[in-house]
Design a protein around this ligand. Structure first.
Ligand code: PHE
Length: 468
């Protein structure tokens, strides 16, 4: 028997935009370009594209079909098929719980930058210690986080159709227009630096698009592959129960094959365009060295680039931070929705009540994460190198430890316990068939489990030790 929910997406476009809203986030606009820049541009792009079409597609299909067929959230979905596997539902639920604690903190940082640009203080943002002094200050990051969280909670409070779907319908197309506009502008840039060297946006585009096979060793290729793989996970919001929840809101007459391809296209398209806007801009103003700045790219390097653009930089800066604010909001909405929907089922409570309670609990947890940069400051060595604070630790546990394990267990469950045909049957409902069935089967049974083991070994630093 199928359990029908009260709420749900009105049609396939509503679903695609909401799912794309979850998928398109900080990962696409900030993480993807810096990984692409670090991993040799075109080579990373090529590897990523192949992975999206094979691996990514299999993971997204699994989550969404699982959600629609059971009509449940991750917490209950696995157990409703095989009671022995209910532990996997609970484990999956842990991921959005952890991500929620820090995603709204990053959302608060983005909100802060948006207001700095909107109030014309772009010079300030370009100063060397601006970012560090902001995140280490005691009150301001908490205030911005709380405002960001309140906005997120409001959308979730309004419900699936009137809140999430409606919000995504306006925000996602606006985001696309902003990003295309900035990407085109980035290509027209030209700058001569102090040593008299002139660089253009088009040269930057070449670096981004043309694969660099120079000194390509097996070890380096493996690194690119693993970077692309972990990026794919985070970017598509898979293996964390979110797409299971959204899948449970999809009507049976929606063609999932088509919707899944559209979500992938949207997510990959935005990532690609982000690279097209950020890499040429950084290249023009900071050269190839500027491109290796890594995580600090968005909050430290880009404001400097906007500052060097003169007056245009103010407008571009506003457009950029507002756009990324939209992207972060729709992603955070999907995380909170997963928590709220699950607790509504667990405690048989109303959406309004649960949204308020979970909103308050998340706020308390996020305050602790904010304090990780002052009151609770510590330096913890991370397996991948560098030192991390509370936020990095939460990110590491959810994305690098839990997600590969959950993905591995889910693949074993689908591939070997209930068999891929269970998913294939759902993919045929509302469509003419499931053309990718064979490749899907091979992916969940063999490729995904094997790759997850490698990814887990790499995240824990064990792979490096094994291959020396
Ligand atoms: N997929 C989002 C991104 O690319 C991140 C995200 C993670 C969203 C977890 C929801 C849940 O940034």
């Amino acid at each position: 028997m199928e359990t029908k929910k009260k709420g749900g997406f009105t049609n396939s476009i509503g679903f695609v935009l909401a799912a794309a809203g979850s998928a398109v986030g900080v990962g696409n606009i900030w993480r993807f370009p810096y990984l692409a820049a670090r991993d040799g541009g075109g080579l990373f792009l090529l590897v990523y594209l192949v992975l999206v079409l094979t691996f990514g597609s299999a993971l997204l299909t699994t989550d969404i079909a699982l959600g629609r067929r059971t009509g449940k959230n991750a917490w209950h979905a696995f157990g409703s098929i095989k009671p022995k596997w209910s532990f996997l539902g609970k484990l999956t639920f842990l991921v959005p719980v952890i991500i929620m604690t820090y995603y709204s903190v990053i959302g608060g940082w983005i909100l802060k930058y948006s207001t700095v640009y909107l109030t014309g203080r772009h010079h300030q943002a370009a100063q060397d210690d601006f970012f560090t002094s902001f995140i280490t200050s005691p009150v301001s990051p908490i205030v911005f986080m709380l405002i960001f969280l309140a906005l997120t909670a409001l959308v979730v409070y309004m419900g699936v159709e009137k809140g999430i779907e409606k919000f995504s319908r306006y925000v996602m197309p606006s985001l696309l227009i902003l990003i295309i506009g900035i990407a085109i502008y980035a290509l027209t840039l030209k700058h001569t630096d102090a040593s008299g060297v002139t660089r253009t946006g088009l040269e930057g585009l070449k670096i981004y698009l043309i694969p660099d096979f120079k000194d390509l060793t097996f070890g380096r290729f493996l690194n690119v592959l693993l970077d692309a793989m972990s990026q794919l996970f985070f970017s598509l919001s898979v293996s964390m129960g979110i797409m299971i929840t959204y899948g449970s809101y999809v009507k049976k007459d929606v063609d999932l094959n088509r919707s899944i391809s559209q979500v992938e296209f949207f997510d990959t398209g935005v990532a690609f365009l982000s690279g097209m806007m950020i890499i040429p801009a950084i290249y023009v103003f900071a050269g190839t060295e500027g491109m290796t700045s890594g995580p600090s790219l968005m909050f430290v390097s880009l404001p400097k680039v906007f500052n060097s653009m003169g007056t245009a930089g103010i407008l571009v800066g506003i457009a950029f931070f507002v756009m990324i604010l939209f992207a972060a909001l729709t992603s955070c909405v999907s995380i909170l929705e997963t928590l709220v929907a699950t607790c509504m089922e667990l405690f048989h409570a109303t959406r309004k009540k649960v949204s308020c309670v979970i909103g308050l609990l998340s706020a308390a947890a996020s305050v602790v994460i904010c304090l990780g940069y002052n009151l609770f400051y510590f330096e913890c060595p991370m397996p991948a190198g560098g030192k991390g604070q509370l936020l990095d630790l939460a990110d590491y546990v959810s994305n690098s430890l839990l997600m590969p394990v959950i993905c591995l267990l889910t693949a074993v469950f689908i591939g070997w316990v209930i068999k891929p045909s269970w998913i294939a049957e759902e993919m045929r409902v509302g469509s003419n068939g499931f053309a990718k069935e064979k490749i899907y089967s091979a992916m969940v049974r063999y490729v995904v489990p094997a790759v997850m083991v490698i990814l887990f070994l790499q995240s824990t630093g064990l792979l490096g030790r094994l291959i020396g």
